[in-house]
Design a protein around this ligand. Structure first.
Ligand code: COS
Length: 381
């Protein structure tokens, strides 16, 4: 996208966040749902199609541009990002990265408009961090696969029109090599949803189990057409997703710092605004340093990703740095607000709970550390 059009898009999103999303945050928290009219406005703005190439009806943003837009969107409650998150990110990108031309033509245009919501189904009751141990089976019968298994904590499953599903097509291969990625339309017979999960935070973002009971999926729905490649597809999707989550953490840092500053300048104790006290200034400064460090690594990693460099170590480093940083920023925000920080009406306690998930999903901090260290050891060997 040319710079001028992109600036226009960013300004439009910024206004939408200020005028529509932030004022609706309390309602989303109360109702545990993003209002339908806001979802429609997100469709109208093209937000579901940020990462779909223009040839397939999307905006075709680069990773750097996508990260900048997601940063704007996540200056509001993360529940809004969640509406588009799986369709822009992990749910669609398997098709974009590894899909056949026919798969792209069939699915991407409807994902780009938001007509179809995509979900990513990797995690299982007994396969979380150890994704390669997943047990969902896909057994070839004629020209279809019969799929059985349960997927857990699947974001947007209640709204999904399709799942990018990882299942074991080769029972003889225990680890990553036996796994294939499938495009599974959500209306196939045999698919059912568990009850919605009750969570620590992120009210308005929906997750639940998805149960596959003798679901027949055409063999032509294997992403890229070749069985056994699904784990690698999932890893490539997650690498990219980790830049996206870095942007989510950064947007939340921006918001929390703005709230902390405003409160510190207005709240008076000992006859002065608490922002004049050096111990409060130290907390503000530490949060600014965290924000600047995340911003620098995000911009550098996204730019190198766009240049086609191999950056999986950096993707993990960014996800790790950004999500731990926003945890610290949220904790300081609660501290700066003092007693008010613990009270629901001041909102920072909600952000504090919301951002806790960022250090866990799409690969825990500990998984990122092991990915980074393994890459270092490989390079040194
Ligand atoms: N890009 C491309 N290919 C990759 C890759 C990447 N980033 N990471 C791994 N692979 C490939 C490897 O090259 C290897 O292929 P070969 O067998 O041909 O060499 C294969 O995938 C298996 O890799 P590896 O042996 O490293 O896999 P492990 O089972 O050790 O697991 C981790 C790797 C732990 C990194 C992986 O399971 C993981 O990311 N877990 C976290 C899962 C997660 O994020 N879950 C969140 C829920 S989904 S929102």
């Amino acid at each position: 996208m040319d710079a001028e059009t992109f600036d226009l898009l960013r300004d439009t999103v910024r206004r939408f966040v200020e005028e529509r999303l932030i004022p609706a945050e309390d309602q989303v928290d109360r109702d545990d749902k993003v209002p339908d009219e806001i979802v429609q406005e997100m469709r109208d703005l093209g937000l579901f199609g940020l990462s779909v190439p223009e040839d397939y009806g999307g905006l075709g943003l680069t990773m750097s541009e996508e990260a900048a837009i997601i940063r704007e969107v996540t200056r509001a409650s993360v529940a809004f990002r969640s509406v588009i998150g799986t369709t822009v990110g992990i749910g669609s990108q398997g098709i974009v990265i590894d899909g056949t031309e026919a798969q792209k033509r069939e699915w991407l245009p409807r994902l780009a408009t938001g007509e179809v919501v995509a979900s990513f189904a990797l995690t299982e009751p007994e396969a979380g961090s150890d994704a390669a141990s997943l047990r969902t089976t896909a057994v070839l019968e004629g020209d279809s696969y019969r799929i059985n298994g349960t997927k857990r904590y699947i974001t947007n499953a209640p709204y999904a029109g399709m799942f990018t599903l990882m299942a074991r097509t080769d029972a003889g291969v225990k680890g990553a090599g036996g796994i294939s990625a499938f495009i599974v339309p959500a209306d196939l017979p045999g698919i059912s949803l568990g009850v919605p999960d009750r969570k620590m935070g992120q009210r308005g973002a929906k997750t639940c189990d998805v149960i596959f009971d003798d679901v027949l999926v055409p063999a032509a729905n294997i992403i890229g057409g070749v069985p056994g490649q699904g784990f690698k597809t999932a890893m490539k999707v997650l690498d990219r997703g980790r830049i996206h989550i870095g942007a989510v953490a950064l947007g939340q840092c921006d918001r929390l710092i703005a709230m902390s500053l405003a409160y510190a300048m207005e709240r008076k104790q000992f006859g002065d605004a608490i922002a004049t006290f050096q111990l409060v200034q130290a907390m503000l400064a530490d949060s600014k340093v965290d924000q600047l460090a995340v911003e620098a690594l995000m911009n550098a990693t996204a730019a190198r990703f766009d240049a086609g460099e191999k950056v999986n170590l950096e993707c993990s480093a960014l996800k790790y740095l950004a999500t731990e940083a926003v945890g610290r920023v949220a904790d300081r925000a609660v501290q700066i607000f003092g007693g008010a920080g613990y009270m629901t009406e001041y909102k920072v306690e909600r952000f504090y709970r919301d951002v806790r998930l960022l250090r866990i999903y799409e690969g825990t901090s500990q998984i990122q550390q092991t990915i980074i260290a393994k890459a270092m050891l490989r390079a040194a060997a």
